[in-house]
Design a binder for this molecule. Sequence first.
Ligand code: FPP
Length: 243
Amino acid sequence: MLNAPDTAPAQGPRHVAIIMDGNGRWAQARGRPRLFGHHAGARRVREVVEACPGLGVKYLTVFAFSTENWKRTQAEVAGLMSLFRRYIVKETRTLKENGIRVRFIGDRVRLDSKLTALMDTLEEETKDNDLVHLTVALNYGGRDEVARATKRLARDVAEGRLRAEDVDEETLPKYLDTHVLPDPDLVIRTSGEARISNFLLWQSAYAEYEFIDTLWPDFTAAELERLCHSYGSRDRRFGAVPA
Ligand code: FPP
């Protein structure tokens, strides 16, 4: 059962995006292989999704695999891909029954067809849900996303569906993978690194950031609640002068 909406801050973030970092270090600190940390990290995703309704978070976007993560060892990449497949198979029913709508962003071309078929099914199975919109970034890179969007936009111009002079900052996001999502209000990165690592570059232009020391497998719903409340006390001016 998902949390009742009773701990939601009055001005909390509607869209939270998370760079889930620190799985490897968490595992290494326990003398275990890196994949052990990724499995522990995957379990945290469920806890965080379940906390969202109670905190008034309608959109949650998590960075699961970046376009740069292919540079890891073949064993780690294969282990992560297998984890994603198993996670989808295992969680589909719960996600569907708990009102979670799942979407994937990123370039699917390099992903294996067994995984993309599972991703398609999960998106289809949960498409009528609206309690929480969970977006999983898989083979995702912000620059890659903007490049792919620009390619599609250029094709529309070349083929006469769009006029170059009509392209403005409202136009480009319609071509991004996230075109149906609002921009993130709060971006959290765990594990003490203060970088955005190519995550939601366009979309996070006005987001608030939280860089916290907790390693992702240690992240809890209570920590998310604390960060949502802290966000609620910030003054977001979007470049304007306070009234
Ligand atoms: C970064 O930690 C984490 C990843 C590259 C993988 C993230 C994947 C998960 C949390 C698991 C599954 C997610 C879903 C949605 C099923 P790192 O390996 O870079 O850690 P390190 O910086 O300590 O080495």
